[in-house]
Write a protein of this length. Sequence first.
Length: 277
Amino acid sequence: MFQIKLSKNFIKNKVKLALNEDLYPSGDITSSLVQNNKIIRFKLITNQNAIVGGLSFAKHTFSLVDKKIKFIIKKKEGSQVKRGSVIALIEGKIKSILIAERVALNFLSHISGIATKTNQFVKLAGKKCEICCTRKTIPNLRIIQKYAVKLGGGTNHRFNLSDEFLIKDNHIAGLDIKKLVLSAIKNKKGRKITVEVDNLKQLKSIFGLKFNTVLFDNMRIRNLKTGVKIAKKYYETEASCNINLKTVRSVAATGVNRISVGSITHSAPAVDIKLEV
């Protein structure tokens, strides 16, 4: 799978866009009323158990608003924290801190939310089955969301449509699945090939062809178990479609190599994080 390293410039550019969204066109007109230049120390505190993520985004948010703000990280990125934990200390002028507060919290709560949700799936799936995300991400936030998945112990699927061949049901509709797979093999140029099947008949029709992964989509546990048994000696195996925290353990128990879950990016609830004196 893919590795994600978020550069300082990448983070700063994303933060600048977020601050511009919040401050355009007239700045923080409410905080402008605050004339107190006293230096105050705030705490960033989690209101729930969570996996912490997005600390660099928060730090850059405060520093871009005011270079003199001190941001002291108390919990490591990707660490598991309990409710009430202080994850960072912020020291600076109250006006500057108030301007940056919401953008910083938005990054923290969203990234931590995805990491936390992913980790819940990872723990239930066990060590022999990977949890991976999909392309079901918020536009322009894909890299950040996939980074958050990695923090939670998950893995990343393809980043875009150029990364690998993924032949799905809509590609197959009205066409010969075997011909599509053979065409992908002919044109793969070093890229991986994944083929989605939703029944055992489709699996048998392509069995023996030289591709990488069988993606079992929306199959009942009994059929999935049979499909994995047939395919696992020759292909990587993956399961998908509406898998949730109640069903992921039973899906993982079929022996599938990984489970793709769209909800860990598109529906993960934000972690409740507060800023207080």
